[in-house]
Design a protein around this ligand. Structure first.
Ligand SMILES: *Cc1c(COP(=O)(O)O)cnc(C)c1O
Length: 425
């Protein structure tokens, strides 16, 4: 659907039914698939033919939805995973093994930071974290002989920093490795990282893509441009024979367009089984059908709330890349001219007590460990996700005790503003 606009792809991408077939993507609620001969099935196990045999690896419902997300991003292949965490783990582990190294922006989702810095370290994969604002020289200094990937988030959750995708892509490519970008917050409606040099994009589809707080899920998409064979010594998993599939070489057999996702499905899905349920993929697709209509409203509400808070005397500071005063405004305008998302962070005068009292008085915005769905919600990290930390530790981590993260939903903005105004008192 390359020639269609993003809205058309959101609605109709990934699934084109034939004559008399279901208009909506069918939920293929089946663990397994039947074959007439062992030879037919054998071809699937040799990766000689495309097809389904067991839903732990692949399911048609998921594949239609993954194909839609790949079209939205402008990629050549995609897959769904059971969560955003699984998507980021798969994207990295597909090309990194024990002894390898990852360069990552330090400003990323806490779960991903833990995944890379603690869990993947236990697997023998080390990492170096750099500020998203680092100079090209500082970024260069983070690379090692064994670096296999660079990682960052388009708009970081929860810090709301904006990644200079071109800067990170150029450095990655100069070292012969791909840039992986978690594009969860802006979604491809507001930013397409492939157009700026990213090679792999990941998503927590749990957020805006689903958009209704209904289903946890993730996605990995390949742009299909990274030349694995040109850096064959760095990526043996893609460029040398896989004995578990009769010695096929992914980069040769499936080309730049399909090698990454085929390997990820046939090895990592096979062995880890982090598949999204077809039911959840169906719900995700309902969300995708309206994503291009919802994102502008999230941005409109986020902007209105940020502008209101910025002028309020009880608010110490506001982070929202859409604001002209925000340090990431320029980067945001470059990469997301139509705005980023509906998440706003702000610090109240009076620390955690003020934040707690404010949130208690809110009527529309619920307190939740969640962002990016239709209903406005908020969180005070100091009393929830980061409650083990002292005020001093919080300040050092850039998360002051009075910080509130608010995810602006799709309600009428006058009602949201009125609710915030009365809660500020
Ligand atoms: C939520 C989130 C994740 C993790 O996704 P889950 O679906 O909760 O596993 C990863 N990256 C970003 C940017 C997120 O916001």
């Amino acid at each position: 659907m390359e020639s269609y606009g993003q809205g058309t792809v959101c609605v109709q991408g990934g699934y084109r039914p034939g004559n008399g077939e279901p208009r909506q993507i069918p939920i293929v609620q089946s663990t397994t698939f039947k074959y007439d001969t062992s030879e037919d099935m054998g071809k699937l196990f040799d990766l000689e033919a495309e097809g389904y045999f067991y839903t732990r690896l692949q399911n048609p419902t998921n594949d239609h939805v993954a194909a839609k997300i790949a079209e939205m991003e402008g990629g050549t292949a995609g897959m769904l995973t059971s969560s955003g965490q699984a998507a980021n783990f798969f994207a990295l582990f597909n090309i990194c093994e024990a002894g390898d190294h990852i360069v990552s922006s330090a400003s990323i989702y806490g779960g991903t930071f833990n995944l890379i810095s603690v869990t993947m370290a236990k697997m023998g994969i080390t990492s170096t974290f750099v500020s998203p604002d680092c100079t090209r020289e500082e970024l260069e200094a983070a690379f090692q002989e064994n670096t296999k990937a660079v990682f960052g988030e388009t708009i970081a959750n929860p810090a709301l920093t904006v990644l200079d995708i071109e800067k990170f892509a150029e450095a990655a490519h100069a070292h012969g490795v791909p840039l992986i970008v978690d594009n969860t917050f802006p979604t491809p409606v507001n930013c397409r990282p492939f157009e700026w040099g990213a090679d792999i994009v990941t998503h927590s589809t749990t957020k805006y893509m689903d958009g209704h707080g209904a289903a946890v899920g993730g996605a990995v998409v390949d742009r299909g441009c990274f030349d694995w064979m040109a850096h064959a010594d760095k990526f043996p998993g893609l460029t040398t024979p896989d004995e578990s599939y009769h010695g096929i070489i992914y980069a040769q057999k499936f080309g730049k367009e399909k090698a990454f996702i085929t390997k990820c499905t046939s090895q990592l899905m096979r062995d880890f089984g982090c598949i999204q349920s077809p039911q959840n993929a169906f719900l995700l697709n309902l969300g995708l059908e309206s994503l291009h209509v919802r994102m502008p409203r999230h941005v409109e509400n986020g902007m209105a709330v940020a502008e209101f808070l910025e002028k309020h005397p009880k608010v110490k500071s506001v982070s929202y890349p859409g604001l002209a005063s925000d340090p990431y405004h320029k980067l945001s305008q470059k990469y997301m001219p139509n705005g980023g998302c509906g998440v706003v962070s702000f610090e109240l005068e009076g620390g955690r007590e003020a934040a707690g009292a404010f949130m208690k008085r809110l009527k529309l915005a619920a307190i939740e460990t969640h962002v990016a769905d239709a209903r406005t919600c908020c969180l005070n990290p100091a009393t929830s996700t980061h409650r083990q930390m002292t005020d001093e530790q919080l300040a050092a981590a850039g998360i002051p005790a009075g910080l509130v993260r608010m995810s602006c939903g799709l309600e009428d903005k006058k009602d949201l503003l009125a609710d915030i105004e009365q809660a500020l008192g």
